[in-house]
Design a protein around this ligand. Structure first.
Ligand SMILES: CC(C)(COP(=O)(O)OP(=O)(O)OC[C@H]1O[C@@H](n2cnc3c(N)ncnc32)[C@H](O)[C@@H]1OP(=O)(O)O)[C@@H](O)C(=O)NCCC(=O)NCCS
Length: 333
């Protein structure tokens, strides 16, 4: 009797970035900064900023529709929707609900995933488990962010680093002769120092008041140096742990898609894994850090550029506010 495995594979990807491209030189027109500073410290050359009336769910819908088209399934076949975001259209209802309605998807299990920049990779892990449970067949997982809405353009240390956009993947559960698709996933968190990267105002700890607004508490705040050190550590650990757990070595990887936060963090990951930078797909220079959208945008770009072939071993790895971190190892099918 041939043995069969239950596999969860990515059958379609899509992405979207707003049309308004803001270069470092453009930023330097209204922030005390320079192209040289931003490039040398982060690797960022430009970012996309959404229009004032363009929401996170609008961007999520375009990426989601493109992923469903690429998957070649009918939207009625989607029975699970997860939107990873820390810049939802509003605190509630969830952005995933808004996407469900705007895309005219079925009335199915639908929720937001909040793990900051790790959100999409967390979302893949959750979708993988839910599909493997046998209760769901096709999941739409989206990472979408309107970071420009929470950036403090009076804080040059943070506002130059982030951008807006969305990326999506359709996952399906299938019986395969051998395990393919998502081979394994892990996630972690350390919530002991939330102030390293946070948006302090707007929740139950600091509801909106005139004082909170005047104090600029509704914008993103970050201790860049400390986050940098943590990122180097957890990106390395999340990568080596998943590779080892699945019985591989770093040299087995065909492609790494890391969270696009800082080129120096990605270079240190390459060094830790002892694999060349050519095995990484990076688009930081054109998008900046799009938080939960960064990995799915890069994944879609890499796939459409022909950088991922059937049979390839692909590592997705991310870190973000929390601190959170997550990795997924995929045998692409
Ligand atoms: C933010 C980051 C780029 C700063 O790089 P850095 O090399 O640590 O830079 P520093 O903080 O030491 O700043 C150096 C100087 O540049 C100045 N500076 C800060 N932002 C600047 C800007 N946009 N333009 C010009 N100068 C700037 C600082 O004021 C400081 O000046 P000083 O030495 O006169 O005080 C870096 O720490 C980083 O990328 N951290 C990780 C952030 C991240 O990944 N966040 C996302 C997590 S998901």
């Amino acid at each position: 009797m041939p043995s069969h495995s239950q596999s969860v594979t990515i059958i379609g990807t899509g992405s979207y970035a707003p049309t308004n491209i803001v270069t470092n030189d453009d930023m330097a027109k209204f922030v005390d900064t320079s192209d040289e500073w931003i490039r040398s410290r982060s690797g960022i050359g430009a970012r996309h900023f959404a229009a004032t009336d363009e929401t996170t769910s609008d961007m999520a819908c375009i990426a989601g529709r493109r992923a469903i088209e690429a998957a070649g399934i009918d939207r009625s076949e989607i029975d699970l929707i997860i939107v990873a975001t820390m810049t939802p259209d509003m605190p509630f209802p969830s952005t995933a609900c808004l996407v469900q309605s705007k895309l005219m998807l079925p009335n199915v299990t639908t929720f937001d995933m909040q793990a900051a920049c790790s959100g999409f990779v967390y979302g893949l892990s959750v979708a993988n488990s839910m599909l493997l449970s046998g209760n769901f067949k096709n999941a739409l997982v989206i990472g979408a962010e309107k970071m420009s809405g929470i950036l403090d353009f009076e804080d040059r240390t943070t506002c130059v680093l982030f951008g807006d956009g969305a990326g999506a993947a359709v996952l399906t559960a299938t019986e395969t002769a051998e395990k393919v698709g998502i081979l394994g996933a892990l996630g972690g968190a350390d919530g002991s120092a939330p102030s390293l990267l946070q948006q302090p105002g707007g929740g139950s700890a600091m509801p909106a008041t005139n004082e909170s607004i005047a104090g600029r508490q509704h914008f993103l705040k970050m201790n860049g140096k400390e986050i940098f050190k943590s990122a180097v550590r957890v990106m390395g650990q999340a990568s080596t742990d998943i590779i080892e757990q699945m019985g591989y070595s770093p040299e087995d990887l065909n492609l790494v898609i890391p969270h696009q936060a800082n080129m120096r963090i990605i270079e240190s990951l390459a060094k830790r894994l002892s694999i060349p930078m050519e095995k990484f797909h990076n688009n930081l220079d054109r998008y900046g850090n799009t938080s939960a959208a960064s990995v799915p945008i890069a994944l879609d770009e890499a796939y459409r550029a022909g950088r991922i072939q059937s049979g390839d071993l692909v590592l997705l790895v991310a870190f973000g506010a929390g601190l959170t971190w997550a990795s997924t190892l995929i045998r692409w099918q």
